[in-house]
Design a protein around this ligand. Structure first.
Ligand SMILES: Cc1cc2nc3c(=O)[nH]c(=O)nc-3n(C[C@H](O)[C@H](O)[C@H](O)COP(=O)(O)OP(=O)(O)OC[C@H]3O[C@@H](n4cnc5c(N)ncnc54)[C@H](O)[C@@H]3O)c2cc1C
Length: 425
């Protein structure tokens, strides 16, 4: 059996890994020009996408179901090599005064150490490395057309190549072209959460000395700007502001300077280091009634984006890829080369239904939680900001840790949990 996977990042590479383990042939098609090297500070070395965007330059907190999946893939130690080892999350006021601090040992303690903070590009690099050099991963090409018939699915790529497979997996992110081609326009599925977010990696040794090993953020009603220390010279910026208008600005760098320019403390310096094309996007969720159509299935942000407000998007993408890979692995003849044809169609459809049935309820709940937390992520008013500061101050207490535990620790009783009858690698 053969799968073509559109999108060679977190969800796509993980899906390829699990499918190959189940005996499938895979071809991964990635629009970006090259893999993220798993060498730490990957974002600094990663070639820019065709539009000049350095879209891998942000830091993620990684925990929960996807952490368990990485462990089952034998990648736990490897991925921890890229952990940024931050000590705390510290909020400041515009004049630089400290307003709240969360000790990083809290999430680590709550999850029993099953938590890390790393560059998204490094996670991608580790996944690419795990897939091995022999895996077919094609960079610099994308999906142009998808055609299905009784025997299989055909993808026409932007470089003119045509690929035939039993299943096509759309793992091409929140603005998925696969979804657009097969399920219809993004506007049908998008839930805008009222904010814009931006991120970039920059070099500024003096700023790094001030940051020490902390994520430090300055906040005001409706706007916040934060920075991480990545090394003695490099850092990562993360900025977020409320924006009732969901449309993206022509010039993101100018918009960031306009909206965040008055935040004070070291933010003007952070903005001075902003590249012309930082990562900049609306904060949104993707809500779909179903994740597959015939032999085409979506995974990761393409169908299940939970948003920054909910967190764990990368973790959920990796976990979902495991379920998808394992369920397709149960299709008869999974290890017998391509072209099982019409006979396999029903089994494939059933596998895709099982995948969705196991993952979607977990995602639905996470998305609901994300929507209800949205107003606390970037508080709109001084009163809400005050309440959030108090909550953050209390977050290191034993009671708060108990409240946090269900959100941070891996749920042991959800359908995402790996079936017990499948041997671990
Ligand atoms: C600022 C920010 C902070 C975040 N923080 C966290 C966090 O703390 N924890 C967490 O778990 N998650 C976090 N996330 C979410 C997480 O990054 C995503 O959920 C995760 O990257 C989704 O993985 P994916 O593979 O589905 O999509 P993506 O990572 O978006 O990858 C999609 C891939 O498809 C490729 N592609 C796109 N279109 C095409 C095409 N037409 N043809 C071929 N290839 C294509 C893209 O180049 C890309 O490589 C954060 C996201 C952002 C933006």
């Amino acid at each position: 059996m053969r799968a073509i996977i559109i999108g060679g990042a977190i969800a796509g590479l993980s899906t390829a890994w699990w499918l190959r383990r189940e005996g499938w042939e895979t071809t991964v098609v990635e629009r970006g020009p090259a893999p993220s090297p798993a060498t730490g500070l990957a974002a600094l070395d990663t070639p820019k996408a065709a539009d000049g965007t350095l879209d891998r330059g942000y830091v993620i907190d990684y925990f929960g179901p996807g952490y368990d999946t990485l462990e089952r893939m034998g990648l736990r130690e490897r991925v921890h090599e890229y952990g940024l080892g931050l000590n705390a999350l510290r909020y400041r006021r515009a004049d630089g005064r400290h307003s709240a601090r969360i000790d990083s040992s809290v999430p680590a303690r709550v999850t029993g150490g099953r938590y890390l903070t790393l560059l998204r590009g490094d996670l991608e690099g580790v996944l690419r490395e795990a897939l091995g050099p022999e895996a077919d991963v094609r960079y610099g090409t994308g999906i142009e057309e998808v055609h299905q018939d009784d025997e299989g699915v055909t993808a026409v790529l932007t470089d003119g190549a045509t690929e035939r497979a039993d299943v096509l997996v759309g793992a091409d992110g929140i603005h998925s072209r696969t979804r657009g081609l097969v399920f219809g326009p993004e506007s049908r599925y998008r839930r805008y959460l009222g904010a814009h977010a931006a991120a970039y990696v920059f070099t500024d040794p003096e700023l790094m000395a001030v940051l020490a090993n902390e994520f430090q953020a300055v906040e005001a009603p409706g706007v916040q700007a934060g920075m991480y220390r990545l090394s003695d010279t490099a850092g990562a910026a993360f900025l977020c502001h409320l924006s009732p208008d969901g449309s993206l600005p022509q010039d993101p760098q100018a918009r960031l300077r306009e909206v965040h320019g008055d935040l004070g403390w070291l933010v003007p310096r952070l903005l001075a280091a902003c590249p012309p094309r930082p990562y900049y996007d609306e904060v949104e969720q993707i809500l779909m009634p179903g994740w597959s159509d015939g032999r085409v299935v979506l995974v990761g942000d393409a169908c299940q984006a939970v948003s920054l407000m909910a967190g764990q998007g990368a973790s959920m993408a990796v976990a979902a890829a495991e379920v998808l890979g394992r369920e397709l692995g149960r299709v008869a003849g999974a290890g017998t080369g391509s072209g099982a044809g019409a006979g396999a169609a029903e089994e494939i459809a059933a596998a895709l239904r099982r995948y969705e049935g196991r993952v979607k309820p977990v995602i639905d709940a996470k998305q609901r939680a994300g929507r209800s937390l949205a107003r606390w992520f970037v508080p709109a008013t001084p009163a809400r900001l005050f309440v959030r500061r108090q909550a953050l101050r209390l977050s290191s207490t034993p009671l708060a840790e108990r409240v946090m535990r269900p959100f941070l620790a891996s749920p042991r009783d959800t359908p995402l949990e790996a079936p017990v009858d499948v041997a671990r690698p």
